[in-house]
Design a protein. Structure first.
Length: 212
């Protein structure tokens, strides 16, 4: 009788790796937010997540890379391998025919993502002044943000519903300026605005700046 070898199924191992990775990211988020970036060691993260330090290094490489992974996790709200741009909320905004409604939908979604991610964004932004390893991480976040605003700006311009004569560079820069984490920090965290008030004000402000 010839033995038939079954194909190797790696799905179980992949699930376990994903569970371990999520545990590390959640542990890092909690420790970063409680103790700050410099005071949080990878050993402490590994201990909290019940993984080995060697395994943590193998998965992330550095504490700065782990901070970026925490940002990616909180900005999405989960660890599903689907980018924010490809999620149903974003697709609904793209499918909406009215440009003012598009802006409203995008900003209200962005405000919720900022609420989840503000602590780690600010940690990376401010931490780069005392830890050089965070400089490229913040630059990456900035580059990704500017790319996102360029894509959104191009989409809004393509509707033909913005004010006459406005060009992509102005639309992009208006979005980039108002939708930065600095604005959220000042109005929501420092001044105590509710998320609804913040979202509604941003919507009115941006519509007034780029629409007829």
């Amino acid at each position: 009788m010839v033995e038939v070898k079954r194909p190797y199924d790696a799905s179980g191992r992949q699930r376990q790796a994903r569970v371990r990775r999520r545990a590390v990211v959640v542990a890092a988020k909690e420790l970063f937010e409680r103790n700050g970036f410099r005071a949080t060691t990878l050993a402490a993260v590994a201990d909290r997540a019940a993984v080995s330090v060697k395994g943590l290094y193998k998965s992330f490489g550095s504490k700065a890379a782990l901070a970026k992974a925490v940002f990616d996790f909180v900005i999405a709200g989960d660890d599903e391998p689907v980018s924010v741009a490809d999620r149903p909320e974003q697709q609904a905004m793209l499918d909406e025919p009215d440009v003012r409604r598009k802006i409203t939908m995008f900003i209200h979604g962005l405000a919720r993502r900022q609420q989840r991610s503000a602590a780690v964004q600010i940690l990376i932004r401010d931490g780069r002044h005392v830890d050089d390893s965070l400089v490229p991480v913040w630059q990456q976040l900035s580059d990704e943000g500017l790319t996102g605003m360029t894509m959104l700006g191009s989409h809004l311009v393509a509707t033909g519903q913005l004010r006459a004569g406005i060009e992509l560079d102005e639309v992009r820069d208006v979005l980039w300026n108002y939708l930065s984490i600095d604005t959220y920090e000042r109005l929501v965290l420092a001044r105590g605005w509710t998320l609804d008030r913040y979202s509604d004000w941003l919507t009115r402000t941006i519509i007034a700046a780029i629409c007829p």
